[in-house]
Ligand binder design. Structure first.
Ligand code: SMN
Ligand code: MG
Length: 364
């Protein structure tokens, strides 16, 4: 039997990473990427790595502090992700674990799984019972809610850079005529053979979602993402029956328990959990089982480096959301070939920090 890994320390570093195409969602701009890097160091010399995305710099320090606090509870413990999850969730039961603590827990979980896969000498996907294979992806790096005139060229560029056949655009402008013009301009440029998704980032009221959704029904969109508040499952379910285009939600689902509630409410046609909100690798596996049971296509949200491993063992695997936001701080950023993300054929997730870049972008 192999000796179990034990946790020696968590090394936690906040970085502010420049982004190639600045995200401007209907909720506002994200000027740089506030990531928190986690190195889960073991007594055996293996280091598991993962990052969390704090969304706003305001949340970065709290995430760091949560991670440092949680580290104190697991030092010396075996690197057994299910056991770490159970122990930390129990300790935090009275607080509950949405928000900052949820991100921290998922970060620890992802780093722990990376360490275990490295110790076994296999890619994470192989540890989970799959093998490294190409995973179908869409390019989600651009097409934000800015100037409509710039979108067609950007769409063509985003498709060309990885030979993608799918791309996502953001909607939710105050003036729906502008949204519609944006969709038509992009569609005219990329043609009907390309898959075009759109994302409202929860910007609409229920009535406006039905109005805009129906108006978009003949525009050839592949899905309409998060039209209304993420936790309005009943509203989303009604919208899904009123609008022909499939409704996609899931990036804000916390844990498989919320996912079950949303599935039972039929709040979506497609589901796309986010690995850091759904509870890391451990949470993802539970969510994937639910999507399977409900016969629902499951995509990922952000985190392409680890999501590729997870989608490859997800029974209802649909689309990987490709973003390059962590690329500047990685030794080997995610590779896209013919619109598919390649899973690195090396132990763990393949996440290794580019320490020179980390030093440059570190937040003091
Ligand atoms: C999104 C989420 C978080 C940051 C930027 C954009 C968006 C997506 O909802 O699905 O990509
Ligand atoms: Mg989204």
């Amino acid at each position: 039997m192999q000796a179990a890994l034990t946790i020696r320390n968590l090394r936690v570093r906040p970085v502010s990473v420049p982004v190639r195409i600045q995200p401007v969602a209907a909720t506002g701009a994200i000027p740089t990427m506030p990531l928190v890097l986690i190195d889960l160091e073991t007594d055996q010399g293996i280091t598991g790595r993962a990052y969390t995305f704090a969304i706003t710099p305001l949340a970065q320090k709290p995430v760091v502090e949560a991670l440092n606090g949680l580290a104190g509870l697991i030092k010396g413990d075996p690197v057994a992700p299910f056991e770490i999850d159970a122990k930390l969730k129990k300790r935090l039961t009275l607080l509950d674990t949405p928000g900052v603590f949820g991100l921290a827990l998922a970060g620890i979980d992802m780093a722990a799984w990376d360490a275990v896969a490295q110790a076994r000498g296999v890619p994470l996907v192989t540890l989970l019972g799959g093998h490294p294979r190409p995973v179908k992806a869409y390019n989600s790096c651009g097409l934000w809610v800015g100037d409509v005139a710039k979108l067609p060229d950007q769409a063509a560029q985003l498709l060309a850079e990885g030979n993608f056949s799918a791309v996502k655009m953001r909607l939710g402008r105050d003036d729906f005529a502008q949204d519609l013009a944006a969709v038509r301009a992009v569609k005219a440029r990329i043609g009907d053979s390309v898959t075009l998704m759109c994302d409202f980032n929860q910007r609409l009221t229920y009535n406006e979602a039905i109005r805009r959704g129906r108006a978009l029904d003949d525009e050839g969109l592949y899905w309409i993402e998060e039209p209304v508040r993420h936790d309005d499952y009943a509203g989303a379910a009604k919208i899904a029956t009123e609008v022909k285009t499939p409704i996609q939600i899931g990036e804000n689902l916390l844990t498989s328990f919320e996912m079950l509630q949303a599935l039972e409410a039929r709040a979506m046609d497609f589901v796309m959990p986010d690995v850091q909100r759904i509870g890391g690798v451990t949470g993802w596996l539970r969510a994937a089982t639910l999507a399977h049971a409900f016969g629902m296509e499951m995509s990922s949200h952000l985190f392409p480096e680890i999501s590729s491993h997870l989608l490859a063992v997800t029974p209802t695997c649909h689309y990987l959301e490709y973003v390059d936001w962590a690329a500047p701080i990685l030794e080997e950023p995610t590779v896209v070939r013919d619109g598919h993300v390649t899973i690195p054929d090396k132990p763990g997730t393949g996440i290794v920090w580019n320490e020179g870049a980390v030093a440059k972008f570190i937040v003091q």
